[in-house]
Design a protein around this ligand. Structure first.
Ligand code: FE
Length: 186
């Protein structure tokens, strides 16, 4: 499978107006806000694209909404990363794969991080297995792309603000285009 720009565009057109997992913004608003913060912070093109597409798993998994309604975790980070790794470098797919683990990591290492999460994020953390143990947190810190995943996680937490102005999807698609490698999985 090779992803091209029009695939990303049509996923946003089809699923972008869905609510973002119980928060007051849509999937598209959340994605654009996350990418906009990444860009403002001077992130690499790959990490901006990871920010834009970090929840693409919610868009490509048809069972995602039903599972969430039933209080199950659809592992959207794995679905998303497996999709992205077919056509983007690891610097895009791996922070996406680790962004949920990064939340559990931050809960383990920053005492006030959990309290600052939105109620929806606190609930999904419980579904996803809760904060990491000290041993798991130590192992996480050494994974490739752990630092990028932690940055992505912090931007993710900030990208839930109703009515915030952001650059358009078209703006970010030009960055997506630069990072697409069209690599097919053997
Ligand atoms: Fe998110």
């Amino acid at each position: 499978m090779v992803i091209d720009l029009s695939d990303i565009q049509s996923l946003f057109e089809t699923y972008g107006q869905r609510p973002y997992a119980g928060e007051a913004v849509t999937q598209a608003e959340h994605a654009l806000q996350c990418a906009a913060v990444a860009e403002l912070q001077g992130a690499s093109d790959e990490l901006i694209v990871a920010a834009l597409l970090h929840d693409i798993g919610h868009m490509i998994d048809k069972n995602d909404e039903r599972l969430a309604e039933n209080g199950k975790d659809a592992r959207h980070e794995r679905q998303g990363a497996n999709f992205l790794e077919t056509s983007f470098p690891a610097a895009v797919s791996e922070p996406v794969r680790l962004h949920v683990a990064a939340k559990a990591y931050l809960c383990a290492v920053e005492p006030d991080y959990h309290a600052r999460l939105s109620p929806v994020s606190q609930r999904s953390l419980a579904l996803q297995g809760g904060p990491m143990s000290a041993t798991d947190a130590e192992a996480f810190r050494h994974l490739p792309f752990a630092n990028d995943a932690i940055l992505l996680r912090r931007w993710d937490d900030l990208a839930k603000e109703v009515g915030r102005q952001t650059p358009s999807l078209e703006h970010f698609l030009t960055i997506v285009e630069k990072t697409l490698v069209g690599r097919t999985k053997a």
